[in-house]
Structures are given as C-alpha cells and as structure tokens.
Design a protein around this ligand. Sequence first.
Ligand SMILES: NC(=O)C1=CN([C@@H]2O[C@H](COP(=O)(O)OP(=O)(O)OC[C@H]3O[C@@H](n4cnc5c(N)ncnc54)[C@H](O)[C@@H]3O)[C@@H](O)[C@H]2O)C=CC1
Ligand SMILES: O=C([O-])CC(=O)C(=O)O
Length: 263
Amino acid sequence: MKTVMFIGYGSMARKVHEMLPKNVKLSTVLASPRSANHLTIEMGESINVITSVDDLLEVPDIAIEMAGQDGLKEHGIKILERNIPLGIVSVGAFTDEKFAISLHDAAKRHGVKIHILAGAVAGIDGINAASLAGLSKVIYQGRKSPSSWKGSYADKLIDYDSLKKATVFFTGTAREAATLFPANSNVAATIALAGVGLDETQVELIADPTLSHNIHHIIAEGIFGKLEISITGLPLAENPKTSSLAAFSALRLCHQIDQALQI
Ligand SMILES: NC(=O)C1=CN([C@@H]2O[C@H](COP(=O)(O)OP(=O)(O)OC[C@H]3O[C@@H](n4cnc5c(N)ncnc54)[C@H](O)[C@@H]3O)[C@@H](O)[C@H]2O)C=CC1
Ligand SMILES: O=C([O-])CC(=O)C(=O)O
C-alpha cells in the first residue's frame, strides 16, 4: 500500500480522495488551523489531521498541495526538507521569485522531485517540448462564468449586474494574472513555466454570462509549428472556480506513485 498526504482538504482534495486507487491510502491531511478540528472528527482515526509539517507522524510516499498559493508557501519547503516528493497545483506561487528559488533549492538539496501538475489544462508536455527548440508566442485565454470570478480581484473590474455578453476584463502577463487571480489563474503560471516564462506569456481573462463551464484556450507558436488547444472543463460542484480536470490531474499523480509505465 502506498500513502499520500494532502496539503489542504477543500473541493479538489475531496474529489481526489473520493477517487483514490485501491493501492493508495490518504494517510495525512495538513489542514488550516481553522478547519483542523472538524476535519479530525470527519476523518476518523485512520487519517492524521495536522496543521504543521513538524507534527507529521508517518512519512507518506508523496504529498500533494491543494491548499492555495499561501498554503504552498507555508508548507512546501518543509515537506521537501522531510524528503517527501511534492505535487503542486497552486503554481501561481512561482510568481514569487524568492519562494520559487528556495523551493527548487530545497528539492535539490534533499534529492526529491517537485511535480508541477498540469491542473485544469492539457498540452503542457507539448508546450514544454516545443520550448526546447524555441517558442515565439504563447497565449492563454481563460473564460469562465461571472460566478467563477466573484470574490476575486475581478470584482473591481467587472460590473456583474450589467454583464450581458462575454467580456474581456483582464489582459496582461501570466505573472500578473497568477498574482491577481490566485484561485483562478494558476494554469497561466503552469503554461508559462512550461513555455516562455511568466513575463512573456500573454493572458486574457473573460467573464461570460452564457457559460456554465470553464473554457481554457491555449495558442503556442514556434520552431515546431503551431499548437492550439481548447478545453471545455466542467467545474467541481463545490467550487465553480476549479475545473474538475485539475482534481483529476492530482489523481493521476496518485496513480503514478506505483506505476512502472508512465504516460
Ligand atoms: N493548477 C490548476 O489548474 C488549478 C489550481 N488550483 C489551486 O488549487 C487550490 C485548491 O483548489 P480548491 O480545492 O478548489 O479550493 P478550496 O478553496 O475548495 O480548498 C482549499 C483548501 O485549502 C485549505 N487551506 C488554505 N490555506 C491552507 C494552509 N495554509 N494550510 C493548509 N490548508 C490550507 C482551505 O482550508 C481549503 O480547505 C486553489 O486555491 C488554487 O490555488 C485550483 C484550480 C485549478
Ligand atoms: O480550474 C481552473 O479552471 C483553473 C483555475 O482555477 C486555476 O488555474 O487556478
């Protein structure tokens, strides 16, 4: 039996837990102090609920961060320092250069891998391979329903009541997008890290009142030719900001723990 630890136990982590393969067990949840008590009761005795890496009782085969950019910043380095490989979905934290360097250094020092998960998008492998030969342009367009943007910095940019059609409310770099929209634009950072970087990846964000799903559109051009990918992602029922594919990409990492053949 392999073991996994989740950092954060919100909508995405719950979905991954529900679908874990039979040979992988959730051994530990690293929760925020606010939710630790009720999670301890909910989880029962077989899963340790802790609020600090220092309290870890059993070292898992892998840890997966699903706690948001601040949660990753709080716990990521300590996880690597315990020699635990780390899967990451809150990739926008890499916009903080100092943190990104410290995280990378910790992984190298302790000989463990950081897995940047593809999350809600596809094509990261192709973009990354293409970047080795040279990319001239990468554009990411994120289109979601107004309810998916509510509660973010978009509240300052969108007049939700008068929104009748698809409206571009942000254009900028992946660095800006992933910083301003930490719960919605981690994919912009992922695409950027795979391709031309946080400052060269162009991002357009759209609120579309006709949508009930999340559309991610990626265009990349370079020596290899041109790639264009569009994903119509169904959001998780519990969180319209998060596409279900993001949870399945974390689930994929759980499957990979014990796979000799990886695809
Ligand atoms: N790469 C990608 O494609 C995507 C990445 N994300 C990232 O995944 C994160 C999780 O998504 P959801 O589960 O939908 O969000 P959520 O808001 O439902 O769950 C986040 C959970 O993390 C917990 N948390 C917050 N701070 C923490 C800390 N310091 N330590 C431990 N736990 C902490 C919260 O209590 C909550 O239970 C998002 O915040 C976002 O950063 C989300 C969607 C797609
Ligand atoms: O799940 C999505 O649609 C993308 C998302 O929220 C993110 O990149 O943070």
